[in-house]
Design a protein. Structure first.
Length: 173
């Protein structure tokens, strides 16, 4: 599986980092960080390629590269708005645009609370295009007793919708 993971904004980047950290080794991962996100360079997974957000000509910017899925975790409201309006002015938004045109899985994890009416309108517009809108919402039914267990639950739910095998949380029986 080829997976693009974009980390945008500055708040919540730890979730994006952990999302990548827990991925199975056989997943080919391409990472983009926005200008406001910290550079992610400490992963042990050797199947990772880092891309500069300014490199609009990167391999992952083309549908012919055949990315299976894209996850933007966290997704800033600026990135969400650009994707919703079809603006592809950097590598993150270009990859999202390619995912939409190629009808590939695109997961956005908006990170701000509360959501404004404009943000909700943008999310609705994208959801109607089959974009997976999956903010990091606490699942109290997960029976998590620590922040780490809650993070495992959130990341596991994101993996579920992207069809990535995992054992990050105990499934309902």
């Amino acid at each position: 599986m080829k997976l693009v993971v974009a980390i945008t904004g500055a708040s919540g980047i730890e979730l994006g980092e952990k999302f990548v950290q827990y991925l199975p080794k056989e997943v080919e991962v391409h990472i983009i960080t926005s200008k406001n996100a910290l550079t992610v360079n400490h992963f042990e997974n050797k199947n990772i390629t880092l891309h500069k957000n300014s490199n609009i000509a990167a391999s992952i910017a083309s549908g012919s590269f055949q990315v299976d899925a894209t996850a933007i975790i966290p997704c800033s409201m600026n990135t969400l708005a650009k994707i919703s309006c079809g603006i592809a002015d950097n590598l993150v938004t270009r990859v999202a645009s390619v995912a939409l045109k190629e009808q590939k899985k695109l997961l956005l994890a908006p990170r701000e609370l509360p959501f404004s009416a404009i943000a909700l309108e943008n999310m609705e517009k994208l959801a109607k295009l089959n974009v997976i809108i999956a903010p990091p919402v606490l699942g109290y039914y997960s029976d998590s007793s620590s922040l780490e267990e809650m993070e495992h639950f959130l990341i596991g739910k994101w993996y579920d919708v992207l069809n990535i095998e995992h054992n990050l949380y105990e499934r309902w029986k």
